[in-house]
Design a protein around this ligand. Structure first.
Ligand code: NDP
Length: 296
């Protein structure tokens, strides 16, 4: 293997070309994306090849430049690069601008040169997953936990359904920013309900009681860690949705034990991948094939 990028410590595969798509993350070894995209490409007999690249934050700029120079088709971007890569894009789609983060890159080549476009498929992915797992959300009170990139994507998806969204997190200012995303999407002004401090026990309990659906968009639970107690006391008529996937988080386990519906983030993962795949290939993704690969 030789490197396309002498300025970076990352050794890029020597054979990168127009059939290639890569995943940029740190770490990436655990990712299910290569399996999903390989299965989809094989199913449709497309030549697309998808590989994961572990890229440290300080290497991101040089790697993105080198990938553009290598002539690849596109990339996915995951933790911790989704916000950092925004500044590197020549153009952003409306969706990426709304979410404030990019998870899908496409290098558009024409006679006039190369344009790097940043897009985001997380909100589309969550909306599709919610439509499969939860009944209609119009007018339904939803408590959204978290204020990072995934929460902002969830805010876009929820506002589009007409859900009534309350945001909770440990940083009220960041939560207010998420509520602003809801306002930006929902022209009617009815979706954005308010912000509740995650660390204020009584206010949190009241917000949970008022919610029909509670969505965890934090990384809490990934390592078996717990959200504040009230979030582990949902009741049977409520639904819990955790964007973390592949792990039975304490939040989901407690909801299921109480008889509540409990869904992890696998559906969102599959649908965001399907939307990225369609963008790079121009053909609809085989969602069931990708889901099967992600589950395996
Ligand atoms: P970010 O790092 O952008 O945000 C993490 C959020 O979690 C922040 O709001 C942070 O709050 C909060 N948080 C972290 N630790 C705690 C804690 N101990 N108590 C309360 N809040 C906490 O990450 P993302 O938003 O990108 O991702 C969040 C989760 O969503 C991850 O687990 C990720 O894997 C998952 N995800 C799943 C997807 C899917 O397809 N299923 C897609 C995208 C993400 P603070 O700012 O105060 O630190």
């Amino acid at each position: 293997m030789t490197s396309h990028a002498s300025v970076t410590a990352v050794t890029l595969p020597a054979d990168l070309g127009p059939d290639d798509v890569v995943l940029l993350g740190w770490p990436v070894a655990h990712s299910r994306s290569p399996a999903m995209h390989a299965a989809a490409a094989a199913h449709l007999a497309l030549s697309l090849r998808y590989r994961a690249l572990a890229v440290a934050p300080e290497e991101l700029d040089a790697v993105v430049d080198a990938l553009g120079a290598a002539g690849i088709r596109g990339a996915n971007v995951t933790v911790p690069h989704k916000r950092a890569v925004v500044g590197h894009c020549d153009v952003l789609t409306d969706e990426a601008r709304l979410v404030g983060a990019v998870n899908t890159l496409t290098w558009e080549r024409s006679g006039e040169g190369v344009v790097l476009e940043g897009h985001n498929t997380d909100a589309i992915g969550l909306a599709a997953a919610l439509a499969e797992d939860v009944v209609a959300l119009a007018g339904v009170p939803v408590l959204l936990v978290g204020a990072g990139g995934a929460a902002r994507a969830a805010a876009v998806a929820l506002a589009r359904t007409g859900a009534r969204v309350t945001v909770t997190g440990r940083d009220p200012q960041a939560c207010a920013g998420v509520l602003d995303v809801v306002r930006a999407v929902d022209a009617s002004g009815t979706s954005a309900v308010g912000v509740v401090d995650l660390l204020e026990d009584a206010a949190l309990r009241a917000a949970i009681e008022a919610a029909t659906v509670v969505i965890n968009a934090t990384s809490v639970g990934l390592r078996g860690d717990h959200l504040p107690d009230p979030l582990e006391s949902l009741q049977a008529h409520q639904a819990a949705y955790d964007l973390v996937y592949g792990i039975d988080t304490p939040f989901l386990a407690a909801a299921r034990d109480a008889g509540a519906a409990a869904h992890d983030g696998l559906g969102m993962l599959v649908h965001q991948a399907a939307a990225s795949f369609a963008r790079w290939t121009g053909v609809p993704a085989p969602v069931a094939v990708m889901r099967d690969a992600a589950q395996r």
